[in-house]
Write a new protein. Sequence first.
Length: 150
Amino acid sequence: MKRMMFICHGNICRSPMAELIMKKILLENHAEHEIEVTSAAVSREEIGNPVYPPARKELEKHGISCQGKYAVQVKRSDYEKYDLFFVMDESNLFYLSRIFPDDPQQKIHKLLEYAGFSGDVADPWYTGDFAKAYQDIEKGCQGLWEKIKL
């Protein structure tokens, strides 16, 4: 079984959206038992908090529940446990490099590389545009699925 982790700053907006969107894609393609998906934060400030209400509302618009999802922080030991890590932006990449000082197996990628461009998923915490974040994350997850589908 492959294991992947989506990462953002606080694990209350973008990375849980990515986790849940990817789980939906896997379920729709009958691959939910082949790939384990989770998400985490590079920071500690939101640990234990649920998905941010506007992110939850955006997910619900697309028929996705985030019930039971609470913020956790990525740990150094996760590098050996997971096959792939997907960050939302350059800042996440920088802070993740402090948790994983190197990436010898080239497991770390920016999610939007799989959407056909190398940009960042803008942080809706600051932009307020949760619909745009959802669209970008969904494009990244769809592209990722096309790359890894079994």
